[in-house]
Design a binder for this molecule. Structure first.
Ligand code: GDP
Length: 461
């Protein structure tokens, strides 16, 4: 299986070499400058014909005119040549910087097509970079995550992955896994009892270290996925408890974006706020809460359905009143598995005595959306509840695909640990764990997966 994937990769690399690609790399629209990229074995030759120049020095900008087949000037600008393998794709790349006129850029692209280029498919530059070993899959994916980042923290996380931090952590564990696999296989081949006895103790030690590293990687990746995808909060609260005020206080200076979920516009409102770089989709039950209990319950159920998988539920209550029967009734419609925080608002209206917890089993936070008391504590509690360590400044960006692969890998390692004294089973589980982990960086990845990942790119990337 792995062997055939290896052949597929080689075949694709060979096929790539046979054609040159071109695309406008800058965003579509009017701008000061527009950039076209050509990648492939004839990129330089195509640039010569386009500009009537006879030489370009690598990495040096040359001012030139771009000509049509009839010798008309299409535009003027800069040419920068990146000689293989020192380019983004690893192939010869020529970057043409013209004016940001969509028409002028298209005329140049058309000329490049006449000169033998193919229009690049979405993500084809990054795909070539991956196939030529310039970047791994995680790095390729982080390019897109960087482009689409909605907060500074997400952009920083994407850069960390792009610069190889995530891959580095995976590769360290991969090495531990390879080391352990070799040790287990060697012990299997020389089954004398004394050696096996010593070896088993060693294997246990190595497994313990491996499990620790994997748990750390799992936690970092979970945080990376939260940074990338955000989290869903459902807010439950009776009218006038201060829900809008709380949202404003939580969002701080960040803009709250209000979007309606299609088809449910009258019942459920979805807003987005950013807390310490994490985007939270807020799903609240506005609009249905003044109605009867039954309708309200349906609304709450719908709110949880809309959230698809809510990560956390805030139960907002008026601190001067406490948790009421109506709150308890609303809560009975919420899935039991979702972590809940009871938020007692308007503590500024209370006298100095701290109110007693309504229910010691749950988390209760006391705040004033008006004065700001307790808002920081609430932010920290929300982040901690979803598993995000706000003191960790090293979070790299990750995707659900990565998390799934790590979880599978962890599962196999745990199974292996369970059978640590049955070396054959252990060896098999370690092999599975290793394969799952290798999928992440793309060491062993199927063509389907590659197609799926790169098709989401924009053209010119
Ligand atoms: P919602 O209906 O749950 O969205 O509640 P609002 O945010 O609109 O607040 C309802 C009322 O409570 C408004 O008059 C707010 O000014 C007031 N309010 C909200 N939070 C606080 C608070 O922490 N302290 C006090 N004293 N009033 C608050």
């Amino acid at each position: 299986m792995l062997k055939s994937l290896y052949y597929i990769k080689n075949w694709m690399v060979r096929r790539l070499k046979s054609h040159n690609i071109v695309a406008i790399a800058t965003a579509n629209g009017y701008a000061g400058v527009g950039i076209i990229r050509i990648s492939g074995i004839d990129a330089l030759e195509i640039a010569y014909q386009l500009t009537h120049h006879k030489t370009f020095t690598p990495r040096l900008a040359t001012y030139t005119k771009f000509y049509s087949s009839k010798g008309e000037v299409l535009d003027s600008g800069l040419v920068i040549y990146f000689k293989s393998p020192n380019s983004f794709t690893g192939e010869d790349i020529v970057e043409l910087q013209g004016h940001g006129s969509p028409i002028a850029l298209q005329m140049i692209v058309r000329r490049c097509l006449e000169l033998g280029c193919h229009m690049a498919e979405p993500g084809e530059f990054s795909r070539r970079a991956y196939l030529n070993g310039k970047i791994d899959l995680v790095q390729a994916e982080s390019i897109i995550d960087l482009i689409h980042a909605e907060s500074e923290a997400t952009a920083k996380g994407a850069l960390k992955s792009l610069h190889g931090e995530f891959s580095r952590q995976i590769n360290i564990i991969n090495e531990q896994l390879i080391d352990l696999r070799m040790f287990v296989e060697a012990t299997l081949d020389f089954p004398e009892e004394d050696i096996e006895f010593i070896a088993n103790a060693k294997i246990r030690d190595k497994l313990t270290i491996l499990v620790e590293s994997m748990e750390k990687l799992l936690s970092n990746t979970t945080q990376g996925v939260l940074l990338n995808n955000g989290a869903n909060i459902v807010i439950i609260g009776r009218p006038n408890v201060g829900k809008s005020s709380l949202l404003n206080a939580l969002a701080n200076e960040d803009i709250a974006i209000v979007t309606d979920i299609a088809g449910t516009t009258r019942d459920i409102v979805k807003e987005k706020i950013i807390i310490n770089g994490i985007a939270f989709n807020i799903i609240d039950t506005a609009g249905i809460r003044d109605t009867t209990d039954i309708v309200e319950k349906i609304g709450i159920e719908r709110a949880f359905n809309a959230a698809n998988s809510a990560d956390i539920c805030l139960v907002l209550v008026d601190a001067t009143i406490g948790v009421t029967a109506s709150d308890t009734s609303m809560l009975s419609s919420a899935p039991a598995t979702i972590p809940k925080i009871f938020v007692h608002n308007k503590v500024d209206l209370l006298d100095s005595t701290t109110p007693a917890n309504e229910n010691l089993g749950d988390t209760h936070i006391y705040i004033s959306a008006k004065s700001g008391t307790g808002i920081d504590t609430l932010r920290t509690e929300i982040l901690a509840t979803i598993g995000f360590d706000s003191n960790n400044s090293d979070v790299f960006i990750a995707r659900t695909r990565h998390l799934d692969a790590i979880r599978r890998s962890v599962e196999h390692i745990h199974l292996g640990f369970h059978h640590w004294n049955n070396l054959e089973i252990l060896a098999e589980e370690l092999r599975y764990a290793h394969n799952s982990l290798s999928e992440i960086t793309g060491e062993f990845s199927s063509d389907d997966l590659l197609g799926e990942i790169f098709s989401r790119f924009c053209i010119g990337k």
